[in-house]
Design a binder for this molecule. Structure first.
Ligand SMILES: Cc1ncc(COP(=O)(O)O)c(C=O)c1O
Length: 384
């Protein structure tokens, strides 16, 4: 097997021309001495808000920082937030960092996100209609796992608003994902994107908050800048913020990647279609994005048929030169040692069933059509 026959799970999509442009613009940044909160940050924020369709976008140094800020905007301290157990560490950790209490939600195997019924049940339990009252529920922090927007999500937002609850979106996987004409990041009451290197677009490290409320935009800018309101470098600290600013260099890279995001998403969609065509023919099950207008295709989630073992399938594929990245997620948060004691005694059977029993084949904007076909055919051979 030669190196160029390998199909890898991640691809940093950047051309020679883009690298040259990045270098020359970086030089200007360095020579200007304006390393943070400058023209690239502002231009990146404006372009991102326009892309998502929100009034405001606030660039930060990570998706985690973005989540903490939007949770603080909603004043979750001392309240309970409903969060899927099937998510990244950061989603849960940021609720805790913002002073909130976590109530996990199980997931639906068709979307890997919770269902509307699960949200309703948790809200009713929380209201004390059933036997175990929780602390007051303030809202939901939803995660579009793999970039998949559940077709039920707009109803979740509608239901929560009727109940006086907020809905925040963890859009770390969902750059460009769209349903019913509305983009992820503009479907609820605030969102946080991640630009971690494995994501659909990257700034090396970084994140973006999207919002529609002017006052929240003002406070979010303060929270990312040590709690300084309305000024960049002054000495008055009004809010309990932190140093969560993005650098100008990261923002420059973000502008380059955002400009090519539609093209990268088209390539990922083509790969998704070529990989899933043989899966459908073989009646193998995967999480479908068909109800969406656009899918980020951050991850293609393939259910393992009964009797198949994730580790064995991954090893067999690697022997053919097809390398799989991480899943979403192998271990649900309620089973993570660091979160021991949260929702103790409760069961989340669907997450427990599917978290260890799915795989995410490589799906990148760097794959050729032949690569994608090869992945689809190999999956059928190893899963059937
Ligand atoms: C669902 C989810 N939320 C939040 C984050 C945190 O993003 P970051 O690593 O940029 O802090 C990640 C990152 O992997 C994620 O996958």
């Amino acid at each position: 097997m030669t190196i160029n026959q390998q199909i890898k799970p991640f691809y940093f999509d950047i051309t020679d021309d883009e690298i040259q442009y990045f270098l020359s613009e970086s030089e200007k940044i360095l020579r200007s001495g304006k390393l943070i909160l400058g023209e690239h940050t502002t231009a990146f924020e404006q372009a991102f808000a326009e892309y998502v369709g929100t009034k405001y976008a606030i660039a930060v140094n990570s998706g985690s920082s973005g989540l903490e800020i939007i949770l603080r905007l909603k004043k979750v301290e001392g309240t309970t937030v409903l969060v899927p157990t099937n998510t990244n560490f950061a989603t849960i950790a940021m609720v805790i960092r913002a002073g909130g209490k976590v109530q996990y939600l199980d997931m639906d195997e068709q979307t890997f996100a919770p269902s509307l019924a699960m949200v309703k049940e948790a809200v009713e339990v929380g209201r004390g209609l059933v036997t175990k009252p929780l602390q007051k529920i303030s809202g939901v922090l939803w995660v579009h796992i793999g970039g998949v927007i559940s077709p039920e999500f707009p109803q979740v937002v509608e239901y929560c608003h009727q109940q006086g609850l907020f809905v925040l979106e963890d859009t770390a996987h969902a750059h460009g994902s769209k349903i019913n004409g509305v983009s992820a990041g503009n479907l609820g009451d605030g969102a946080a994107f991640s630009f971690f290197p494995t994501k659909v677009m990257t700034t090396c490290e970084g994140g973006m908050i999207t919002l529609n409320n002017e006052e929240e935009d003002y406070i979010a800018r303060s929270l990312r800048n040590q709690g300084k309101r309305g000024m960049d470098f002054g000495g008055l600290h009004t809010d309990f913020g932190n140093s969560m600013r993005i650098t100008e260099i990261n923002a420059l890279l973000g502008r380059i990647h955002l400009a090519k995001l539609p093209e990268m998403l088209n390539k990922r969609q083509r790969a998704y279609e070529l990989i899933t065509a043989p899966l459908k023919e073989a009646s193998l099950s995967f999480v479908s994005t068909e109800k969406m207008d656009i899918a980020s295709n951050y991850k293609l989630i393939v259910h393992l048929p009964e009797g198949k073992n994730a580790k064995e399938v991954k090893t067999a594929l690697a022997e053919e030169g097809i390398f799989l990245g991480g899943t979403v997620y192998e271990i649900p948060c309620h089973q993570q040692p660091v979160f021991q004691g949260i929702c103790e005694g409760q069961n989340f059977p669907i997450a427990e069933r599917w978290c260890p029993n799915h795989i995410c084949p490589p799906l990148t904007s760097g794959m050729t059509e032949t690569d994608a076909q090869r992945v689809g055919e190999a999956l059928v051979r190893h899963l059937k």
